[in-house]
Design a protein around this ligand. Structure first.
Ligand code: 13P
Length: 261
């Protein structure tokens, strides 16, 4: 399966900075098809800008567009919210749901995250569902229990189309801290998530499970060569074109599917 390298710009950027970053990424990709799929998940107010910039890029090798959150509701009196149909109108292919920063600062529950994933799927947008344990939970030996509980809520609500999601394992203690899960430790959690998806759907092999949390140009290669790490969700390093391009370059080519003899 092709890896997916997705940048999460979080609440960073400006019209000028976005244009410079996107142009530098597009220029870096213009030389040929990358080995992986690429996306940038940007603040919603900048979606029209990014949609226009991506549309006018001379090269076909440009990132897909994504948002960082979506309302679970279709429309109506929800001041400040943005629905999935609106994201779709501005060319979003992906939307991050359940990022730990939203769970932590906005009190998002597992059930709400599952509803957000449902709203995205209904609009034909791929939700990137984030799961991950805090440091206290890891130290208490609860990592598996926490990530399984978070994913179970999404499977419960979206069971029939669970093969259409992307999962991102983001240990909270690794986000923005410079502390990365070791490739073996990350792989162990990814294997747990893979098994859970397998039990839920016979089409689960197509679900990509990304790793996020201080992934950078130096550690990407070792993480991305793990069998169940299907890409990365990149924060800080996605804001520098050279770093983001180096992570993209570190993604191994997909293993060709076995052909029947
Ligand atoms: P950092 O790469 O800055 O640690 O952020 C990871 C993240 O939260 C991506 O969603």
């Amino acid at each position: 399966m092709k890896k997916l390298i997705a940048g999460n710009w979080k609440m960073n950027g400006s019209l000028a900075a976005n244009e410079a970053l996107l142009r530098a990424i597009a220029q870096g990709l213009a030389g040929g098809a990358p080995s992986c799929d690429i996306a940038v998940c940007v603040p919603s107010v900048y979606l029209p800008q990014l949609q226009a910039l991506l549309g006018e890029a001379a090269s076909p090798h440009v990132p897909a567009l994504g948002a960082q959150d979506v309302s679970p509701h279709a429309s109506g009196a929800f001041t400040g919210e943005i629905n999935a149909a609106m994201l779709k109108e501005f060319g979003c292919r992906y939307v991050i749901v359940g990022h730990s920063e939203r769970r932590q600062y906005h009190g998002e529950s597992d059930a709400l995250v599952a509803e957000k994933a449902r709203a995205a799927l209904a609009a034909g947008i791929t939700p990137i569902v984030c799961v991950g344990e805090t440091l206290a939970e890891r130290e208490a030996g609860r990592t598996e229990e926490i990530v399984r509980r978070q994913l179970a809520a999404v499977i419960h609500v979206n069971g029939h189309c669970i093969s259409e999601i992307v999962v991102a394992y983001e240990p909270v203690w690794a986000i923005g801290t410079g502390k990365t899960a070791s490739p073996d430790a990350a792989q162990a959690v990814h294997a747990v998530l893979r098994a859970q998806l397998q039990a839920a759907s016979d089409r689960s092999a197509r679900v990509r499970i990304l790793y996020g949390g201080s992934m950078n140009a130096a550690n990407a290669k070792d993480l991305l060569r793990q069998p169940d790490i299907d890409g990365g969700l990149i924060g800080g390093a996605a804001l520098k074109a050279t770093d983001f391009l180096r992570i993209i370059a570190a993604a191994p080519h997909p293993v060709p599917a076995k052909t029947a003899i």
